[in-house]
Write a protein that binds this ligand. Structure first.
Ligand code: IVH
Length: 672
C-alpha cells in the first residue's frame, strides 16, 4: 500500500468514527454535541472522499446504509433461540395474580424487583452482530422462523452497523422493536392523502409495511426507529450482567438505543404506579405504546421461573384498554366543510373504545372507501387514538352480511344541491356552492368564532347552528348584528347568558390582523400562514390588493396558497364582508415593523409544556412571538429553553436528557 492511500484510509476511518460518535450521541444518548450542519458537513466530506477512492469503501461506512434492491423476495431465517411472546394482563387484578404466581414459585414474600418497559407498538426484530458487525437482521415471524430483512434494517439510522467496542463478542444477538414515530406516521399519511394514495391505518402497520419493502430505498425514506429490549444468542466470550436492567445498559453501551422510559420497580405496587403514570402520558409520548411490559429483573430468578408454552413465566404485558374495536357501519353521511370539501362520515352502531362511546368515524374520501373496500352494513374495525378523530381502519370481510350496499359519491352537494366537483388528481370532492351553501356558511361562521380565530367566548358550534337556523345570522358580520331580543327568544338562553354573549361579541372585536386573517377561513391559510402574510403586508388593504406573485414572496406561501388567497380577495362578497366587519367595529392594532433591538428574543426557540397559573399556553406563545422568539411543539437540540409549568411530562424529561435549560413561571414575569 502506498503512503497516500494509507493516509486516505486513516482520514476515512477518522470521519467514519466521528460520524458514528455523533450518531450514538444523537440516537442512543439523546444528547447531541454538534449541530446537524456539522454532521452533514462531515457526511459530505466522507462521501466525497469515498467517491475518489471507491476501493476503500467499507460495508460499515455510514454512507452504505442504503443498498441495492435484491432480485427476489426475503430469505427465511430460522431463529436459533426462538423469539417468544408474552402473556397479557388486561387489568390490575390479573397483574396481582401474576405477581402472586411469581412469588409462590419463588417461595418468597419479599417484594419482587421488576423492570417496567413501555410495550412498543411496532414489530419485533432480531439483530445479529458477528465480531461487532451487523451481519443479519430478521423479523420475528412466527417466533421460530422469520424473514431476512438485513438490507432494510441497515437503513434505520438508530441501528448501528458496527458495535461500539474494541473487543466485540464473536456473536451477539440484540432483540427489540422497530416502530414509527407518531410524527413520521402523520407526515407519511398526510403526504399519501394529498396524492390520493394508500393510507396506513396506524404507526404499527406503517412500520411493518415499510420494513417489508423489497426495495431498501423505500424503507430508507420511511424514517423508522428502533429500541432494543433484550438479548438473544450471545457467545461465551461476552460477559453478561446478571440482571435484565444491567443487560439493557450493556446493550446501550454497545451503541443500541433503549426507550428512556425503562425503569426499575420494587414490587407490584410500583409496577401499577408506573402503568398509571405512563398511561396518562401516553398521548404525549413520541411513539405509540399499547401497554407496559413487566419483567423480573434478576436473571437467576428468571431462570428459576422458566417458561410455559411459548411465553416466559417471568414477564407479562399489562395492556392498555384497546384503541381499536369492531362495530357495524350503519350508513354514510357526506359532510360539507367550510371550504366546501365533502367528507364521508361513517355512522356506526355505537361502541365503547377505551371508555368513550363512538358512533361516527371519518372515512376521509372516496379513494379511502375504495381502498378499504367497505360497504354499508359491513363490520369494520374503528380506531380512536388520543384526541384524533376516530377512523375506520379496516373491514372484516369474513363477517360481511348478505345485505350490503355500495357507498356512492354524491353528484350534488347534500346540503345545497350545487354540483360537486373533483379536481384532476385530487382525492377531495367539493361543493361548488360557495356561500350559498348553508353548510359552508355555517362552518365558516363556526371557524370565525373559534378560539384561535376571533375567540368569541360562549359562541360554540351548537349556538351558531341555532342562530343560522333561526335566520338571525347569515354571514360572519351578522354575528355583530344580533340583539338581545333575538338571543333571549332562543331556547335555554336567559337574560344573563344573552348579556354575556353580547359582551363577548363586543370584546372579540379587539383582535389582531393575523387572527382576523385566519378567521376569514381562506383555503389553505392556517394560523402560521395568516401570521406570515399579516407580518409581511402589515395592513388588510395591502393584503387584499396583493398579486399572486407578491403573495408568493411571503415565507411558506407557495403558488397554491397564493392562488387561494388571491381568489378570496378577488371576490366582491368577501370584500363586502370585510368592509362590514370593520364598520361594525372589528379592529386591531397597527403592526409596526420592529427593528431587531426591539425583538430581544429573535433567533431563540422555546417549547412550552404543562399548565400555568392564570395564563394559557397560547397567551405565553403570543407574548414570546411578539418579542421575536419562535415557539415550537417539540423539544430538540435546537430548543433554547423549555418553559415548564405544572404536570410537565415527557417534554421535560427530554429537555433534561438533552441538557436544555428549563425555565419556570418566573421567566414569564420577566417578559412583562
Ligand atoms: S420482551 C420473552 N419487551 O411484544 C419476552 N417485548 O407479545 C419477549 N414488545 O413480539 C418480548 N415492547 O414485539 C418485550 N419492551 C418490550 C416490548 C415487547 C413491545 C412486543 C414484541 C413481542 C411482543 C410480545
Amino acid at each position: 500500500m502506498t503512503n497516500q492511500t494509507d493516509n486516505v484510509e486513516k482520514e476515512l476511518e477518522r470521519l467514519r468514527s466521528l460520524i458514528s460518535d455523533y450518531n450514538y450521541q444523537y440516537y442512543v444518548l439523546d444528547d447531541p454535541s454538534v449541530p446537524d450542519a456539522e454532521y452533514d458537513r462531515l457526511y459530505r466530506e466522507l462521501t466525497k472522499l469515498e467517491s475518489q477512492y471507491p476501493e476503500l469503501i467499507t460495508d460499515d461506512s455510514p454512507t452504505q446504509r442504503v443498498g441495492a434492491k435484491p432480485d427476489s423476495g426475503f430469505e427465511e431465517v430460522v431463529h436459533e433461540l426462538p423469539m417468544l411472546s408474552l402473556d397479557n394482563a388486561m387489568d390490575e387484578e390479573e397483574m396481582v395474580s401474576f405477581n402472586r404466581r411469581v412469588s409462590e414459585r419463588l417461595n418468597t414474600t419479599d417484594d419482587i424487583e421488576y423492570v417496567c418497559e413501555p410495550k412498543l407498538d411496532g414489530l419485533a426484530i432480531s439483530l445479529l452482530y458477528e465480531n461487532g458487525i451487523l451481519t443479519r437482521a430478521a423479523t420475528r415471524g412466527d417466533g421460530m422462523q422469520g424473514e431476512n430483512i438485513t438490507l432494510n434494517a441497515r437503513t434505520i439510522r438508530s441501528i448501528p452497523l458496527k458495535l461500539r467496542t474494541n473487543k466485540p463478542p464473536e456473536r451477539l444477538e440484540v432483540r427489540g422493536e422497530v416502530f414509527m414515530l407518531k410524527s413520521s406516521f402523520e407526515a407519511l399519511n398526510e403526504e399519501a392523502r394529498k396524492r390520493g394514495a394508500k393510507l396506513f391505518a396506524n404507526p404499527r402497520n406503517a412500520a411493518a409495511g415499510s420494513l417489508r419493502q423489497l426495495d431498501p430505498q423505500i424503507t430508507a425514506k420511511r424514517n423508522l426507529s428502533f429500541y432494543a429490549y433484550s438479548m438473544g444468542l450471545v457467545s461465551d466470550d461476552f460477559e453478561l450482567a446478571d440482571s435484565h436492567y444491567e443487560r439493557l445498559q450493556q446493550i446501550k453501551t454497545l451503541g443500541l438505543p433503549l426507550s428512556a422510559e425503562v425503569k426499575i420497580a420494587q414490587g407490584i405496587g410500583a409496577c401499577l404506579e408506573y402503568y398509571q403514570d405512563i398511561m396518562q402520558r401516553r398521548d404525549s409520548l413520541e411513539y405509540e405504546i399499547d401497554g407496559v411490559v413487566n419483567k423480573v429483573n434478576s436473571i437467576q430468578l428468571q431462570e428459576r421461573l422458566g417458561f410455559v408454552a411459548r411465553a416466559p413465566r417471568w414477564a407479562i404485558a399489562h395492556k392498555f384498554p384497546a384503541q381499536e374495536e369492531m362495530t357495524q357501519l350503519l350508513g354514510v353521511d357526506f359532510q360539507v366543510g367550510r371550504t366546501g370539501a365533502i367528507t364521508p362520515v361513517a355512522r356506526l352502531e355505537p361502541v365503547s373504545v377505551g371508555g368513550v362511546t363512538v358512533s361516527n368515524a371519518t372515512l376521509h374520501n372516496m379513494d379511502e372507501i375504495e381502498r378499504l373496500g367497505v360497504k354499508i352494513n359491513d363490520y369494520v374495525i374503528i380506531r380512536r387514538a388520543g384526541d384524533v378523530i376516530p377512523q375506520v381502519v379496516s373491514v372484516i370481510h369474513d363477517r360481511r352480511p348478505d345485505a350490503v350496499s355500495d357507498i356512492r359519491a354524491p353528484r350534488q352537494c347534500p346540503v345545497c344541491a350545487s354540483p360537486v366537483e373533483r379536481a384532476e388528481g385530487e382525492a377531495v370532492m367539493r361543493c361548488t356552492g360557495g356561500l350559498i351553501c348553508s353548510s359552508q356558511r355555517n362552518e365558516s361562521i363556526k371557524h370565525f368564532a373559534s378560539r384561535k380565530a376571533m375567540d368569541i367566548d360562549g359562541l360554540g358550534d351548537k349556538l351558531v347552528e341555532v342562530l343560522t337556523q333561526k335566520g338571525f345570522v347569515k354571514s360572519v358580520s351578522d354575528l355583530f348584528r344580533v340583539n338581545k331580543e333575538q338571543l333571549v327568544s332562543l331556547e335555554r338562553m336567559g337574560d344573563k347568558s344573552a348579556e354575556n354573549l353580547l359582551k363577548a361579541l363586543e370584546a372579540s372585536k379587539a383582535t389582531t390582523l393575523p387572527k382576523f386573517l385566519y378567521a376569514l377561513g381562506i383555503r389553505e391559510v392556517g394560523e402560521v400562514t395568516a401570521k406570515n402574510i399579516a407580518n409581511h403586508f402589515l395592513t388588510i388593504d395591502a393584503i387584499t390588493k396583493a398579486s399572486e406573485e407578491e403573495l408568493e414572496s411571503v415565507s411558506d406561501v407557495g403558488p397554491i396558497v397564493a392562488q387561494h388567497v388571491h381568489a378570496f380577495f378577488d371576490n366582491d362578497d368577501n370584500l363586502q364582508q370585510i368592509q362590514s366587519l370593520i364598520e361594525l367595529g372589528v379592529h386591531w392594532p397597527a403592526i409596526e415593523r420592529k427593528s431587531d433591538d426591539e425583538l430581544p428574543l429573535k433567533g431563540k426557540t422555546y417549547v412550552i409544556t404543562g399548565s400555568f397559573d392564570g395564563v394559557s399556553r397560547t397567551e405565553i406563545k403570543e407574548k414570546l412571538e411578539a418579542l421575536g422568539a419562535k415557539v415550537s411543539g417539540s423539544v430538540s437540540k435546537k430548543t433554547t429553553a423549555l418553559i415548564a409549568g405544572e404536570k410537565a411530562g415527557s417534554k421535560l424529561s427530554k429537555a433534561e436528557a438533552l441538557g436544555i435549560d428549563v425555565l419556570g413561571e418566573e421567566f414569564l414575569e420577566e417578559l412583562d
